[in-house]
Design a protein around this ligand. Structure first.
Ligand SMILES: [Zn+2]
Length: 829
């Protein structure tokens, strides 16, 4: 929001020196209509310098009353979300009464009306500096306090909070005081919720969602509760400190921006994770990872919180690393690390090669606006990969011993990178500080290139990192497949020591994916990959190879056509749903839609369609245990072109099934209809009929996507107005943006591509960071990979008035765009 200040690090340091926040009593009134709610906060706090002044953060629709130590203050003193407090005493009591506005962008207190049944739901997202849109606070992570929350709600509602709560009279809810927590973690979820309750190891568990999803949550509850129990058991096995809060509720909420949010005892998750349609196992695994990721935060982030946002990685990288490690070790998703290699890690590789990259542990993050930009592939994916490398180097036992000492020392308080490094160094006796300097304080990905049995080790910044990894040697069997001949550990010291791998048909560096590094194969091994990638016996090693091929395309070292040849040769026989899903996504979204020149696009798309159809035939008549067939079906739908294929899709829609299955559920129906709309083979009557048959929010989003995808000027203009000049919610904006840009409609969209760069700055500035992210990700015309688009993006970036979120989004897209332009040139040479 442009009308409020960002908090600088210097201000936070000063306020921390001055204040000791003890308790916060928060009373919310959710019975005042659909626009505003009432918020009364009473904060009791000490001040080290009586007579000094400070300010409290509050971003109200209307400020009613501020009382400090019995003195009524002039509410007109509020400026840019800060209310000045002067002449503090040693002990203070501050009362702030305000009317707060509900939001529709997932920031602050989001309000949602369910189109399925007209019921209303609200939830808070206090993160990162949106808490003051709900309640007054000294809003920084290192001013923790005990919160006691009361809520007045319509009597038929259920209210969930950070601690155990009860309804003391109709509509009146009171919650137990929390332990000391940071303001960004305060959470309230309310509405006519459907709840499933259970218990594990003395911890009350709750699953909650809106009423229209009740049947779906009931169907998924056994799996969700099993993952939750497995997570608690694992954490209680490896951490000395027991779960530090009094209950564990997981609330699935609508129109949520992130995957989930780790509010202590009251985790919020996007309610697409209550599956309404069939999903592949990759999606179930993703949900399990999110569940245990948020659980890890109960320790990393909630029990011990970073002192300031520069140590965000202490929260996210650890939660991410623990999530993969716990999921692989303690749940049925034993190949979670393959998903990490094939998909999640590419987020980190891509981010680390962009101009916007930053160290995992940046030296300084000056303010909250900058902090928000660091919720990226570096803090999550690269940070987790670096921790995996650290564990490979220290051993898990020493790692966990250090972590446990760190929890003991800082429980219910705050900590910094240095606190953690000291604990790890003491527990392991190793030079963890030296390791951190090379891995956490630097940027860029190392590359290991194998030539004539020697490893050439290079870094963008010249600072080659130490790597502990394995090297796999594969030889050909009599049957013509490949087998692992041997696997040798390799410590690649930062000074560039090299090993002499033995002779083999295929030598694969980092074949168990222990390190965060790009690999390049020797020419002989690459020949083996071209002919026999699918015959490499382990899926993790195949994931490493697909990932290497992927970044060669992005780096302009492998022509898009050659990548597609690999896909055509080796994906139809692939058995890992992780790999099929990840490779098809990249092949479609980057290679076919952006990196192949327009003249070759039709052939490239047809080739990909052929791969999907072969996968579909291969899975005919088999039970679809992992969702591989579902991924193939989605691929066939998304690549359909021309009259006859459109007719085929229409036939599926009419029959309600794909021949041989699966039956069409809402997701598949909307995907089919979207493709028909893109091709001009369906229109408003079909969209309206589909929406009328199932008037849910999923359908509203499906309809928005379809309408924006229609190949006519009027439809595009309507989508444009809604997206850039309207008040769409975050989710409807995402759906509209996804529909708008279709590579098939390049000519029709040419004028809008120019307009995008003219109108982006003001639209994104007006709607705030969450919508800026939508407009610069799915809202970006990525398929228009030409020099002209590059120049337009560069000109747009020269505008000094772009918000931090818009600028960051655009910088990242420009990097991908340049890579696509370079890849196109490779073909056009
Ligand atoms: Zn997280």
């Amino acid at each position: 929001m442009s009308d409020t200040s960002v908090l600088t690090r210097a201000e936070a340091v000063e306020r921390h020196r001055l204040l000791d926040v003890r308790t916060v009593h928060l009373d919310l009134d959710l019975t005042r209509g659909r626009e505003v709610f009432g918020s009364t906060t009473v904060i009791r706090f000490g001040c080290t310098t009586p007579g000094a002044g400070t300010y409290v953060d509050v971003k109200p629709a209307g400020l009613r009353r501020v009382v400090l130590n019995g003195r009524e203050l002039d509410v007109g003193a509020l400026r840019s979300g800060r209310f000045p407090l002067t002449d503090l005493a040693a002990d203070n009591e501050l009362t702030v009464e305000a009317d707060m506005a509900y939001s529709h962008t997932g920031e602050g207190m989001h309000r949602f009306a369910d189109p399925a049944d007209g019921e209303d739901y609200v939830y808070t997202q206090s993160f990162l500096d949106d808490g003051p849109r709900v309640f007054a606070s000294f809003d920084q992570p290192d001013l923790k306090a005990r919160y006691t929350v009361s809520v007045t709600a319509p009597p038929q509602w259920t209210v969930v909070g950070n601690s155990v709560g009860r309804q003391v009279s109709p509509g009146r809810w009171e919650f137990a005081p929390t332990p000391a927590i940071s303001s960004y973690l305060v959470s309230v979820v309310a509405g006519p919720l459907h709840s499933v309750r259970a218990e594990h190891d003395g911890i009350p568990l709750g699953l909650h969602c809106r009423r229209s999803l009740a049947a779906h949550l009931d169907a998924d509850a056994p799996e969700l509760l099993e993952i939750t129990r497995q997570g608690f058991d694992h954490y209680h096995r490896v951490f000395r400190h027991r779960y530090p809060f009094d209950s564990y509720d997981q609330c699935f909420v609508p129109e949520f921006n992130p995957g989930a949010m780790e509010n202590p005892g009251c985790v919020t998750l996007r309610d697409e994770y209550v599956f309404r349609s069939a999903v592949a196992d990759t999606k179930r695994e993703e949900r399990a990872l999110v569940v245990v990721h948020e659980m890890a935060h109960m320790w990393f982030g909630d029990l011990v919180t970073m002192k300031w946002w520069d140590d965000l990685w202490l929260n996210e990288s650890f939660a991410e690393y623990m999530a993969y490690s716990v999921t692989a070790a303690s749940t049925r998703f034993t190949s979670a690390w393959t998903g990490f290699a094939a998909d999640r890690k590419t987020w980190g590789y891509d981010a680390d090669q962009r101009p916007s990259t930053h160290p995992v542990a940046p030296g300084t993050v000056d303010d909250t606006a900058q902090a928000l930009q660091n919720f990226d592939g570096i803090s999550y994916s690269k940070g987790a990969a670096a921790l995996r490398q650290l564990v490979a180097w220290l051993g898990e036992e020493a790692f966990l011993a250090g972590v446990n000492d760190y929890f003991d020392e800082h429980a219910f308080g705050n900590a910094t990178l240095d606190d953690l490094l000291r604990a790890l160094a003491a527990a392991s006796g190793r030079d963890v500080h030296g390791w951190a300097d090379r891995w956490l304080r630097t940027t860029g990905v190392d590359t290991l290139r194998l030539t004539d049995g020697r490893i050439e080790h290079t870094s963008a910044d010249g600072g080659r990192r130490p790597h502990r990894l394995t090297v796999g040697h594969y030889r050909r069997t009599a049957e013509g497949t490949l087998e692992l001949a041997d696997r040798v550990p390799l410590d690649l010291a930062a000074d560039g020591a090299v090993a002499q791998p033995g002779a083999a048909e295929l030598t694969l560096l980092n074949d168990t994916d222990l390190s965060f590094v790009k690999i390049r194969l020797d020419p002989g091994s690459w020949q083996t990959v071209r002919s026999s990638l699918g015959a490499v016996p382990e899926e993790l090693a195949r994931a490493v190879l697909w990932s290497a091929a992927r970044d060669q395309v992005r780096d302009g070292e492998l022509a898009p056509g050659e990548y597609l040849e690999l896909v055509a040769a080796h994906l139809p026989g692939e058995t890992s749903v992780h790999l099929v899903d990840a490779v098809l996504s990249f092949a479609r979204e980057f290679v076919v839609d952006c990196a192949v020149p327009p003249a070759g696009r039709a052939a490239a798309l047809a080739g990909l369609a052929q791969v999907c159809r072969t996968l579909l035939r291969r899975t005919d008549g088999e039970p679809d245990r992992t969702g591989l067939r579902l991924v193939a079906v989605r691929g066939v739908i998304g690549t359909a072109v021309g009259e006859s294929q459109a007719a085929e899709l229409r036939g599926w829609l009419a029959a309600g099934t794909v021949p041989g299955g699966p039956l069409l559920d809402p997701d598949l129906r909307w995907q089919l209809l979207l493709r028909l709309c893109v091709l001009g083979a369906a229109g408003e009557p079909e969209i309206a009929a589909e929406l009328a048959a199932d008037p849910s929010d999923t359908s509203e989003q499906g309809a928005a996507r379809c309408r924006a995808a229609l190949p006519d000027r009027e439809a595009k203009e309507a989508a444009w107005q809604a997206l850039f000049h309207g008040e769409l919610s975050n989710y409807l904006a995402t759906a509209t943006a996804r529909g708008l840009w279709q590579p098939e409609q390049a000519e029709l969209l040419d004028e809008l591509t120019t307009r995008y760069f003219e109108e982006l700055g003001s639209a994104a500035g007006r709607r705030g960071p969450a919508l800026a992210r939508v407009l610069t990700t799915v809202g970006f015309p990525a398929f228009a990979a030409t020099e002209r688009t590059v120049r337009a993006a560069e000109a747009c970036l020269a505008d000094p008035d772009l918000t931090a979120a818009t600028r960051r989004g655009l910088v990242d897209q420009l990097d991908t765009l340049r890579r696509a332009v370079r890849a196109r040139a490779l073909t056009e040479q």
